[in-house]
Design a protein around this ligand. Structure first.
Ligand code: SIN
Length: 297
């Protein structure tokens, strides 16, 4: 296998990670994704206090992907280290996704958890006072990133929202705050309406779209961030097969994360790894050769 990668100092056996929010609430399910071949796993976003999330329906299949407004349900960081420790038994890096309403909350959570890296969720598109309400303000993104960097001794990644005019300005703010990498993208804001009743389907009325529909949006964001930033970009959004993963790396992603597609096929990590490996071998390319290749033209 020619797929080993190092991302912000973390050694990965392959560059395909489990994205935040999928199978990430228990150590057992994180471990299951690692055993299925993920190079690293990211937890569900964890906050300061237990949170039930938005009312149901909180997720709906919209043909081209999924629309969700889970509302950041989580057991709080005070009840989560055990799950991270269990996931660590899989011997792949375990990244804690965390969210808060202020720099103090972010640093309190990060400072209390022991993980291989932290992914700051400043991008959930439908949680009042959290996520994208923070992640659309470059000053807040810089301040939060800086606060977490000062509180931990592990790489800090910042997950960005595509629901902005210029994602580069937010990526640059994260970089100024000391981020080791950015992760692009979180879901794209969206909505679905039930035509029998005329009501919005989601309990929260609107939510975020993931899956195939958002891949071209994510590719463009990764491409732009690669040009603008000095720190690595981790690509996520609509990856469903090995060709998608190659495309992200060619756009400038050092590694990728897979979310929605894992729900349909847990073996997607090993499927992508073996096909990507065969493709690189046939082309006589390495991962480094294809990294940012689309920028060479
Ligand atoms: C959620 O729990 O609502 C989804 C999290 C996210 O979109 O960041």
């Amino acid at each position: 296998m020619m797929l080993a990668a190092t991302v912000t100092g973390l050694k990965l056996k392959n560059p395909m990670m489990l994205a935040a929010g999928i199978m990430g609430t228990t150590g057992g399910s994180l471990k299951r994704a690692a055993q299925a071949g993920a190079g690293a796993v990211v937890t569900k976003s964890i906050g300061i206090a237990p949170k039930a999330g938005h009312s149901n329906p909180s997720m709906v299949d919209v043909d081209c992907g999924y629309l969700n407004a889970m509302g950041l349900p989580n057991p709080s960081y005070k009840n989560f280290q055990e799950e991270i420790d269990k996931a660590k038994e899989s011997e792949v890096p375990v990244i804690a996704s965390i969210f808060g309403g202020s720099a103090d909350e972010f640093s309190e959570i990060a400072g209390a958890l022991c993980a291989d890296a932290f992914e700051l969720n400043v991008s959930c598109p439908h949680a009042r006072g959290y996520g994208a309400e923070i992640g659309t303000d470059p000053k807040l993104v810089e301040e939060i990133t800086h606060a977490v960097k000062s509180a931990v001794n592990a790489p800090v990644w910042v997950k960005l929202t595509p629901n902005v005019t210029d994602i580069k300005s937010i990526g640059l703010a994260a970089q100024r705050g000391g981020a080791d990498a950015v992760v692009a993208i979180n879901t794209v804001r969206g909505m679905a309406i039930d035509i029998e009743s005329g009501y919005p389907i989601l309990g929260n009325k609107f939510g975020g779209i993931s899956g195939r529909a958002i891949k071209p949006v994510a590719i463009k964001c990764v491409y732009d961030l690669y040009e603008a930033l000095d720190i690595p970009v981790i690509g996520v959004g609509g990856i469903s097969d090995w060709k998608d993963a190659v495309e992200f790396i060619m756009a400038g992603a050092r590694a990728v994360q897979i979310g929605s597609a894992v729900g349909e096929n847990i073996d997607i990590f090993s499927d992508i790894s073996s096909c990507m490996d065969a493709f690189l071998t046939e082309k006589e390319w390495t991962l480094d050769d294809i990294y940012g290749m689309a920028h060479e033209v």
